[in-house]
Design a protein around this ligand. Structure first.
Ligand code: CIR
Length: 252
């Protein structure tokens, strides 16, 4: 069960962040409205939410997930893979310090939290355009020291590992249909997401509620049939900046 969440409000220059999506620029007021709705749902899941103000130097700062990996006993403060985002993690470290022992990724290692997927006591580390082998090596050393296991997996055709796969608890993964045959995931029960609904693979389980981006009927139907309590959220503006549901918060 999670009891806390950290989020960061989008700033006026949110639309100047990094993106590969060939979509229009996000609208500031719609972004704020969607972010507020996101925060409300998190609170309704029973979490104490810390809402940090934006930092004009970091238009991507609402995507707080990339700055830390949080476990029961420690936090790893990352070193984001895109230079423009390096430094975002400092504020997050300050906020998390009272809660957990702090570990850190050091140069030349780079890690984005969006590449780190936890299932039980195992961490899948995505090797992506943001998380490099040195970052993965440092993560592995830290995870092993605390008794966790880990493995690496190449991230192809998407930004982060968790852009394509999310852990829903009870040994269940929701994932892009292309990833279903990956031997890494062979011991899991899999809910495949159609290629055309790929964005929905980044879903978020918080204390028995499942947050799903709005507008993916096939995925919603599958999840409802399986009995998941699905809460849909409008995510259009964050999608334009390559961000998904998990990216917008740190839960612990
Ligand atoms: C970036 O490119 O870094 C941001 N525009 C999007 C980050 C999304 N984060 C995530 O998937 N964990």
């Amino acid at each position: 069960m999670f009891t806390n969440a950290i989020v960061r409000t989008p700033g006026k220059n949110f639309n100047q962040g990094i993106t590969t999506a060939k979509l229009e620029k996000p609208d500031y007021f719609t972004t704020l409205r969607q972010h507020e709705a996101y925060c409300k749902v998190i609170e309704n899941c029973g979490l104490n939410i810390t809402i940090l103000p934006p930092d004009p130097d970091y238009p991507d700062c609402p995507f707080v997930e990339d700055t830390a990996v949080i476990t029961k006993n420690f936090v790893i403060i990352t070193r984001p893979g895109d230079k423009k985002r390096q430094g975002e993690e400092e504020k997050i470290e300050e906020v998390l310090r009272p809660f957990r022992k702090i570990e850190k990724i050091k140069s030349p290692g780079t890690v984005d939290g969006g590449d780190i997927l936890q299932a039980y006591n195992h961490f899948f580390i995505g090797l992506s355009c943001r998380t490099n082998t040195e970052g993965a090596k440092q993560l592995g050393i830290i995870f092993s020291r605390y008794g966790y296991t880990f493995s690496t997996i190449s991230v192809i055709n998407m930004l982060h590992l968790k852009s394509g796969v999310s852990y829903l608890g009870k040994n269940i993964l929701i994932l892009h249909e292309d990833l279903c045959s990956s031997k890494e995931f062979k011991s899991f029960i899999k809910i495949p997401v159609l290629k055309k609904e790929g964005y929905a693979a980044n879903s978020l389980m918080i204390n028995n509620r499942l947050l799903l981006p709005e507008g993916f009927p096939d995925t919603r139907k599958k999840l409802k049939e399986l009995g998941f309590p699905v809460y849909e959220l409008e995510m259009s503006e964050f999608r334009k900046m390559d961000g998904g549901l998990s990216c917008l918060s740190l839960r612990f």
